[in-house]
Design a protein around this ligand. Structure first.
Ligand code: NAD
Ligand code: MG
Length: 396
């Protein structure tokens, strides 16, 4: 029996994780559920899954939850940053699903890594921000990090067993890998007329052709910022160089990514676009469990197609690849600026095309002397947020 904590339990990944756990309840126990403010959803999942602890980051939300939870469930309600960090590090916890959205997920994800837990990593932003420090912490504690993001999970499945055991320090060249082919659907605006992009609404941006996800990652998919963040994520998880990483547009989202070997072989992982597959894979690795996902029907799929990314259409992709070349400072800056810009777009304050403008300006103008620890990273993240806030107000 594995005791699991779900960080971001009320979100899209949280729901998929609970669904896989429910289908395999003889192997997994919901030890703790963590969320920000959504009391109604937290109440619903507490009643259904009966965790030992329910943690709300928002203190008011924690009080409301306490009042609404039936006493007989005996769920302990907690709040507070220190409480959250000790919850994920608790000796009773085996596995942590890191699925808080954005930079807010960094402290708790890193605490799980430092405590040597088995960490199922969905929160790509934490790796984008802390890259090297994250991998170092993982090596120091012996934590096992397994990639939930569907592309990275696919790449992981296409690598040798030896590489799978060396996350963060794989020697891809020695393993005969020539390229990691990171696939992406191109999102809802892949074929829209370029002149219409500036008037696209949040609703249009969130309408992903293949995946159902939270709003922030949906906007990131429309701008392909998501693929840029994933490029950085792949750089760290697989110790890959810029020469080894290639982005391929694959509109059907059936192939979730591929690994190309020196001898001409290409190994791909395929499946229906449903996050329960990579979640189940990470939960049970190296075994396999049922995920509840329909088997892939090749006759329904019919055709698979591939395109080269157009950086004119997707400037955020070009910017993040550039940030990755510049290093950890630049990736922290662009990630923070993007969070502010995406929220401003979702709030109707800026246009879709302004996201890339704000990201570019922040990347150019926000700098730090050096990043030696997590506090430096969080300070730089705040600095970039302040800059992006101002840039948003200037565009208003
Ligand atoms: P979501 O918006 O549906 O859910 C976000 C969760 O994070 C919620 O439970 C919310 O309460 C919690 N949260 C938000 N702010 C918080 C804070 N300040 N402190 C603590 N908790 C907070 O998001 P999602 O789509 O489930 O994505 C979660 C993460 O997984 C993101 O990093 C995303 O990039 C990654 N991811 C998602 C998918 C997907 O299909 N949804 C795929 C790959 C990776
Ligand atoms: Mg992904």
């Amino acid at each position: 029996m594995q005791n699991m904590v779900i960080l971001g339990a009320t979100g899209s990944i949280g729901a998929s994780t609970l669904s896989v756990m429910e289908a395999n309840s003889e192997q997994y126990r919901v030890f703790a559920l963590v969320a920000n403010t959504n009391v109604d959803k937290m109440l619903e999942i507490c009643i259904k899954h009966r965790p030992k602890v329910a943690h709300m980051v928002d203190a008011k939300a924690a009080n409301q939850l306490k009042l609404q939870l039936p006493n007989h469930l005996a769920v302990e309600v907690t709040t507070g940053e220190d409480e959250l960090l000790s919850l994920v590090s608790s000796a009773e916890v085996d596995t942590v699903m890191a699925a808080i959205v954005g930079a807010a997920g960094l402290p708790s994800t890193l605490a799980a890594v430092k405590a040597g837990k088995r960490v199922l990593l969905a929160n790509k932003e934490s790796l984008v921000m802390s890259g090297e420090l994250f991998i170092e912490a993982m090596q120091a504690s012996g934590a096992q990090v397994l990639p939930v993001d569907s592309e990275h999970n696919a790449i992981f499945q296409c690598l040798s067993e030896r590489n799978q055991l060396e996350i963060g320090r794989c020697d891809l060249t020695a393993a005969g890998v020539s390229h990691i082919l990171l696939t992406g659907s191109g999102g809802p605006f892949l074929t829209s007329d370029l002149s219409t992009l500036s008037s696209m609404t949040p609703k249009q941006a969130c309408k992903h052709p293949n995946w159902s996800m939270g709003r922030k990652i949906s906007v990131d998919s429309a701008s392909m910022m998501n693929k840029g963040l994933e490029y950085i994520e792949a750089r760290w998880l697989f110790n890959a160089s810029a020469e080894q990483l290639k982005v391929v547009i694959h509109p059907q989202s059936v192939i979730h990514s591929m690994v190309q070997y020196r001898d001409g072989s290409v190994i791909a992982q395929l499946g229906n676009p449903d996050m329960r597959t990579p979640i189940a894979h990470c939960m049970s690795f190296p075994q396999r469990i049922n995920s509840g996902v329909e088997p892939l029907d090749f006759f329904k799929v019919g055709q698979l197609s591939f395109l080269e990314p157009d950086f004119n259409r997707f400037p955020c992709l070009a910017l993040t690849i550039e940030a990755c070349k510049q290093g950890q400072e630049a990736t922290t800056v662009i990630n923070a600026a993007n969070e502010i810009a995406v929220q401003a777009f979702l709030d109707g304050k800026i246009r879709f095309t302004d996201i890339a403008i704000i990201n570019e300006q922040s990347l150019k103008n926000v700098t730090a002397d050096s990043l030696t620890n997590i506090d430096d990273i969080i300070a730089l993240d705040s600095q970039s947020r302040r800059y992006a806030f101002e840039a948003v107000s200037k565009l208003n």
